[in-house]
Unconditional design. Structure first.
Length: 236
């Protein structure tokens, strides 16, 4: 079939499409899904997300559409992607993968409902007014993860009691990165251990970060001790 004939055929089909069917398609609600890395990284969470929608009667492609936005780990792209979902006039935005996505979504709209899931206190981040009464257009799930930093360090110390130097890798692009680092340093002092914080904002920074951690391991005055590395990952 020639290209011109194919275009003519498609145009004719669109012209004769029942108006009711096109109206139904236009009325299909659209969910915006704002991640922080890639679809592959979120595969298991996407499967659970779709299953949750199915349980309340929504099936992607049948009675609901989902617009996905992936910054591929480049958090500086999140404001642009969030604004794009707002222009798309989605019914709701699922902002997942840590605090960068809900922060970008909040900055993009004060009217479209936003649902988040994160381990950082949303009140401290300024996302909601309180946990029991979020108000505004945002709500979600808070895992209390950021409050457990000292506990994680304590557990690591119990597992490797001879460790005297511990490395902590954080992503400085996360709003709570410095809070996590400070919390861990306070816990380290109470346990009598040293903690070295290394910052890496992209995958390309990992090689340098681990080289620094290895340098500290070899430079320590306790060469026979086992050293814990990567206590906390705040990167998505």
């Amino acid at each position: 079939m020639k290209r011109r004939d194919f275009i003519t055929l498609i145009g004719g089909a669109a012209a004769t499409w029942p108006l009711a069917a096109r109206a139904q398609q236009a009325a299909m609600p659209v969910i915006g899904y704002l991640g922080t890395t890639t679809a592959d990284d979120f595969a298991s969470r996407l499967a659970a997300f779709r299953e949750g929608l199915k349980q309340v009667g929504y099936i992607e492609g049948q009675n609901v559409a989902i617009e996905y936005r992936w910054p591929e780990g480049r958090y500086d792209r999140l404001p642009m992607l969030a604004a794009d979902l707002v222009r798309r006039q989605v019914a709701v935005i699922a902002a997942v993968g840590g605090e960068p996505s809900p922060l970008a979504a909040k900055a993009a709209t004060a009217t479209i409902p936003i649902v988040f899931s994160l381990g950082t206190d949303p009140v401290r981040l300024g996302l909601v007014a309180s946990l029991n009464r979020p108000t505004g257009n945002m709500t979600g799930v808070y895992f209390l993860q950021s409050e457990l930093g000292a506990k994680r360090l304590g557990l690591l110390h119990e597992v490797v009691p001879k460790a005297t130097v511990i490395g902590m890798l954080v992503n400085p692009n996360f709003a709570e990165a410095e809070f996590h680092a400070k919390q861990a340093q306070e816990a380290a002092r109470s346990l009598g251990v040293q903690i070295h914080v290394v910052r890496a904002s992209t995958v390309d920074d990992f090689d340098t970060a681990f080289s620094i951690l290895l340098h500290w391991r070899h430079a320590t005055d306790y060469p026979r001790c086992t050293h814990g590395v990567s206590l906390s990952w705040t990167a998505a």
